[in-house]
Write a protein that binds this ligand. Structure first.
Ligand code: 0RA
Length: 665
């Protein structure tokens, strides 16, 4: 019984010695017990399916990898056993075994294995896989395992403890001397009560996980063992995984025998001084494709995969895209290269990026995306210079790559155009209102629909327009006062149904900005009281039936002049009396009679005048209709005022209260 007594006394009442790194057990944060993990495993490992099961292995392997990346371990043994156990054994410092001051009779190791969110931040490591689902802690693995054994070799002594479903089966015991061993071994079997009777580790998956770790940290050797009855071509019985070539070797393996655009892949790595981040990358391009996809991107932070990408991937894309564009410029191909987007650069690429960060933050439902903004800067800065040099060093190869990427960009633009043309011609087949003079161009980009009052103004506008990009729809008389009309009445109104047909949209919740047939909708009415009334009715209609069109900044007012002033060969236009008087005073100071004519309406203007003053994008001024935030709340009142008795006041109200951005388009 003497031995048992000794074991029980191991931590009784003692503070325990501080470890070499300055760690003391007091640093461990104790938050809560493990029951919540067994009650709601999904909250901790994202489910109880096969993916979640493998997450347990990932967690244990990540802990060992942390120790290796921090430089305390260089060997990890992974063993997959026939009975559902897996073990991970590293030669690091060993989990601390000294007594925890708060728990006197408990070892730090027991606290780490039975307490949520303990461990990690006190470990003195520059990089750790903490954050999100990753780094949930080995206590979660413990809670969800029907058996978990831990062995720690520290200070020439071997310690051992066994757990079941998170509860220790006995105290931490000294089991003997280990003069040559150091490190931590965790052997566990996931609980079938949680994962189901048939849940099993998939050997090929576990092997692939272990192997990618060896590629991601060239300072580690992973020795793999797999029970003979589980072994296959994708999970050998034994393997030594050590890749001094790092990510470049990884990428070469992914490419296999595929022919690449450049002879050499582009790879490199940098390490910031003082452990302030490190990055390693490898990229190559191929036309051969990868299964379903043209290319692939794999990214990692602290050796943890980030399948949803994130800031480190964004940094890589930015560096490659900017680098290629700059190279194109120096090669005199700037014009063609202007079309290159990051997607064009990455589409035919196999790209790998691995970063090491002190405080990784993972985002998203499954915590599979890296969020640290500094990672984008780190990677872009790290990659850009070497990429420029790589391109410059082999101009022939760089040329090939540039052509490869430009062709993708041009192909993408071609496809987009085709799609747009077919969409437009499908639209054309829809019956358009007979009085619409549509534009002939197929692209929506740059196209405009002028809404004009009456057939005579419509006639002038049709002659004055650029028929390739400008369409004209004459509206007869005053359009229905929609603010007060019932939906039924609106639906039966001929002017409005023509307008909707021409626009290619429906009203209310069925409105879809995507189907709008023109880039700009321009209300063009006479510069008088009646014109103002019609403009206000139309704005009210758009505001009521499709506010999103206004929000998108797609509704405009044309600003036709009211007066024409001429003297000798000089001609100016004035939009109102005040403008006229100002021009008379400032511009027409010479001798001779100034001729002033007042336009009664757009229909009175010569087509050339209308074009120059109101329609030609090169010379006209448009007012974009926008509603200020305040105006939105006031919208009900605004519409009432607009629809009130005195049209003069209404127009004034629009000019004063709706925010107008005057744009020279
Ligand atoms: C906490 C503190 C220290 C090391 C570890 C945890 C540690 C955890 C695992 C998990 C698997 N292998 C591990 N190796 C180490 C620092 C201990 C010290 O300062 O000596």
């Amino acid at each position: 019984m003497a031995k048992a007594k000794r074991e029980d006394d191991l931590f009784a009442g003692k503070g325990g010695p501080a470890a070499e790194s300055g760690y003391t057990a007091a640093d461990i944060e104790v938050l809560e017990g493990l029951e919540p993990v067994r009650k709601r495993p999904g909250m901790y490992i994202g489910g109880t399916d096969e993916r979640a099961l493998h997450h347990l292995f990932a967690e244990v392997l990540d802990n060992a990898m942390d120790e290796a990346v921090a430089g305390f371990a260089d060997r990890i043994d992974v063993s997959l056993e026939a009975d559902g156990f897996v073990s991970v054994n590293d030669n690091g410092r060993g989990i601390p075994v000294d007594a925890h001051p708060k728990f006197k009779t408990k070892s730090a190791l027991e606290v780490i294995l039975t307490t949520l969110h303990s461990g990690g931040k006190f470990s003195g490591k520059a990089y750790k896989t903490s954050g999100g689902l990753h780094g949930v802690g080995v206590s979660v693995v413990n809670a969800l395992s029907d058996v978990l054994e831990v062995e720690v070799a520290r200070d020439r002594t071997l310690y051992r403890q066994e757990y079941s479903r998170g509860a220790p089966k006995g105290k931490l015991k000294e089991v003997g001397a280990t003069p040559n061993r150091r490190g931590t071994k965790i052997r566990f079997r996931p609980d079938t009560e949680i994962f189901g009777e048939r849940a099993r580790f998939r050997p090929a998956r576990v092997f692939a996980m272990a192997r990618s770790k060896a590629y991601l940290h060239r300072g580690v050797t992973i020795r793999w063992k797999c029970a003979a009855e589980l072994a296959s071509e994708d999970a050998p019985e034994e393997a030594v995984l050590h890749f001094p070539g790092g990510l470049a070797d990884f990428l070469a393996e992914q490419f296999g025998t595929r022919k690449t655009v450049t002879d050499q892949m582009f790879s490199g790595r940098i390490e910031r001084e003082g452990g302030h981040g490190a990055a390693e990358w490898a990229v190559a391009w191929t036309a051969a494709g990868f299964g379903e996809a043209d290319g692939f991107s794999r990214s990692y932070c602290n050796t943890v995969p980030t399948p949803d990408g994130g800031t480190h991937e964004a940094g890589l894309r930015a560096a490659l895209t900017k680098g290629l564009r700059a190279y194109a410029e120096s090669a005199g191909k700037a014009k063609r290269a202007a079309a290159i987007s990051p997607d064009d650069v990455m589409a035919g690429a196999g790209a790998m990026i691995s970063v090491f960060l002190a405080n990784p933050e993972f985002q998203g439902q499954t915590k599979d995306r890296l969020a640290n903004p500094e990672a984008a800067r780190l990677v872009e800065q790290a990659v850009r210079d070497p990429f420029d040099h790589w391109l410059a060093a082999a101009p022939k190869e760089a040329e090939r790559l540039l052509e490869f990427v430009i062709e993708r960009a041009e192909e993408r633009l071609r496809r987009r155009k085709e799609k747009e043309v077919s969409r437009k011609s499908a639209m054309k087949k829809l019956r358009l209102p007979g009085k619409l003079a549509d534009c002939s161009g197929a692209e929506q980009e740059g196209s405009e629909l002028f809404l004009v009052e009456g057939d005579s103004a419509g006639g002038s506008a049709k002659q004055a327009r650029d028929r390739r990009s400008q369409a004209v729809l004459p509206l007869r008389g005053k359009i229905l006062n929609v603010a007060s009309a019932s939906a039924d009445k609106i639906g039966k109104n001929q002017e409005i149904s023509d307008l909707l047909l021409a626009l290619g949209v429906q009203t209310g919740s069925k409105f879809d900005l995507e189907t709008l047939r023109y880039e700009r909708v321009i209300i063009m009415t006479d510069a008088d009281v009646d014109g103002a009334h019609i403009a206000s009715l139309l704005i009210t209609f758009f505001y009521t039936a499709m506010p999103a069109l206004i929000d998108a900044g797609r509704l405009y007012l044309a600003l036709p002049p009211l007066y024409r002033l001429s003297q000798g060969g000089k001609t100016e236009y004035a939009k109102d009396e005040a403008d006229r008087d100002r021009l008379l005073k400032e511009e027409f100071t010479g001798r001779g009679k100034v001729e002033i004519s007042r336009f009664k309406g757009l229909g009175e203007m010569m087509p050339a005048q209308l074009k120059e003053t109101t329609m030609d994008p090169a010379t006209r001024t448009l007012a974009r209709v926008t509603l200020a935030d305040g105006a939105r709340a006031e919208a009900g009142k605004l519409i009432e005022t607009l629809m009130g008795r005195k049209p003069e006041l209404r127009f004034q109200y629009i000019q004063d209260n709706a925010a107008f951005a005057e744009l020279d388009l």
